[in-house]
Design a protein around this ligand. Structure first.
Ligand SMILES: *[C@@H]1O[C@H](CO)[C@@H](O)[C@H](O)[C@H]1NC(C)=O
Ligand SMILES: *[C@@H]1O[C@H](CO)[C@@H](O)[C@H](O)[C@H]1NC(C)=O
Ligand SMILES: *[C@@H]1O[C@H](CO)[C@@H](O)[C@H](O)[C@H]1NC(C)=O
Length: 413
């Protein structure tokens, strides 16, 4: 071999080496490369810790379901999450006398009783330990491996949503001209992009914002809000997160097979939009929600001691309705003004209910037509941790993971 060809070979080896090294490095930074770059690294860093910026993550697991605990423990480990476990409760172990008095004659199912008690135990843990906030998960919850990056953006949106209007001002986000989005039901609700939120001061309750009670991050579907009935909007009706690549394409956004084909999220917003808004009465399933200390105290008081008439997710979604209000002594600010519960939902949700091979839930069977489904899957979650658990346990990078809800042009690849 001549000097020249030897030089060429060594240059080629050098270049190939660098390319190989670069590909390794890229794989190391895997969790972010498949999220649109504009969202990577934005948002509060507290969200990146092992409890997602909450003080704890509590997972409800019936001790006899060791299969679920194994899978959940693995899912948490590959996502770098730390869990605290709350023992699930079988409905047979909940005596009638511990239920709030108004449950009498309501024919509450055994499953609903067990679910109620397990969630009350989780809320009580938050109260007893005086946690500032906690995320409560059911043990069949699933999420995208890019969860932390997703939640950083959600935190930006919820902070924007919750930022109080300047005192004396009832205008939404003074100084900005939010576009008016027509949201159906004959109502106009104000939508503001997370990109257009004014920079605000640091919230007193980082990282998700000020004075919230519940952040409903995982559900089986919810409705969009209509405009504020009082007409005095302190906040936008919803904050949009545009161009979020982790949102499934529109065809896969139906919460369940019976959902209306013109489901509002699909028809009113461009593809890959996620929205943050107040919880609406259509919200179903409670596989993932966060509570603040204030929220946990209010929920434990109301639903632990005062009223329990149906399944837990129904109770939670109707927290703001008249029936719940009459039973509630609202907490008061220093000015003596009652504070209604502040509950936000994310749509599509960040956490989904995982429908495994083995069938329904012990805690509460979610409705919605998926129960007969033979296929293992998780609605709304693209790079599902559960669906990729074997690969993740083996140490595969993000580029090797299966996308459950690919773009239409990617399906035949
Ligand atoms: C994560 O961040 C939150 C908010 O700052 C904090 O309360 C929590 O203790 C942190 N978790 C861990 C494991 O450090
Ligand atoms: C978990 O932490 C390891 C070590 O820091 C890191 O390599 C990996 O990318 C992290 N995984 C996720 C999903 O954040
Ligand atoms: C609970 O925590 C709050 C603030 O985090 C603190 O002000 C309060 O004193 C604590 N309560 C108890 C009983 O420790």
């Amino acid at each position: 071999m001549s000097h020249r060809s030897r030089a060429i070979v060594s240059i080629a080896c050098f270049v190939a080496g660098w390319l190989w090294l670069a590909s390794l490095l890229r794989r190391g930074d895997d969790t972010s490369t498949r999220l649109r770059p504009q969202w990577v690294g934005k948002g509060p860093v507290e969200v990146l810790n092992s409890t997602l910026g909450f003080q704890k993550i509590l997972v409800i697991n019936l001790p006899s379901r060791t299969d679920r605990r194994d899978a959940m423990a693995l899912a948490g480990a590959v996502t770098n999450l730390t869990f605290d476990w709350v023992a699930g409760v079988s409905g047979d172990d909940v005596p009638e006398r511990v239920l709030p008095a108004d449950s009498e004659g309501k024919q509450i199912s055994t499953g609903n009783k067990g679910s109620w008690r397990a969630h009350m135990n989780a809320l009580r843990r938050v109260v007893e330990l005086n946690l500032t906030s906690a995320l409560i998960l059911e043990d069949d919850a699933d999420w995208d491996i890019r969860l932390k990056t997703q939640l950083q953006v959600v935190a930006l949106a919820s902070r924007g949503f919750l930022r109080p209007a300047k005192s004396g001002s009832s205008r939404p986000l003074a100084g900005h001209s939010p576009e008016r989005e027509h949201l159906g039901n004959g109502n106009d609700a104000t939508a503001v992009s997370v990109n257009d939120l004014p920079a605000g001061r640091q919230p007193s309750m980082p990282p998700y914002g000020d004075h919230w009670d519940v952040l409903w991050l995982g559900h089986c579907g919810t409705d969009l809000p209509s405009s504020d009935p009082s007409g005095v909007q302190q906040q936008p009706a919803l904050v949009t997160i545009p161009d979020d690549e982790t949102v499934p394409p529109p065809a896969h956004l139906r919460p369940h097979p019976f959902a209306r084909p013109d489901e509002a999220l699909r028809s009113r917003f461009p593809p890959h939009t996620r929205v943050v808004h107040r919880v609406t009465p259509g919200t179903a399933c409670s596989q993932a929600y966060a509570v603040s200390q204030r929220g946990a105290r209010r929920l434990l008081w109301l639903f632990g001691t005062e009223t329990m008439t149906t399944g837990w997710d129904f109770l939670l979604r109707h927290w703001r309705t008249k029936k719940a209000k009459t039973a509630e002594e609202p907490s008061r600010t220093r000015l003596g003004v009652p504070v209604p519960p502040v509950c936000l939902a994310v749509q599509p949700p960040v956490f989904g209910h995982h429908y495994g091979k083995g069938g329904g839930s012990d805690i509460t069977a979610p409705g919605g037509g998926y129960l007969g489904s033979e296929r293992e899957m998780t609605p709304y979650v693209r790079l599902s941790v559960r669906m990729n658990l074997g690969k993740l346990a083996r140490g595969d990078g993000i580029s090797q993971l299966a996308d459950q809800w690919p773009e239409p042009d990617e399906t035949d690849r």
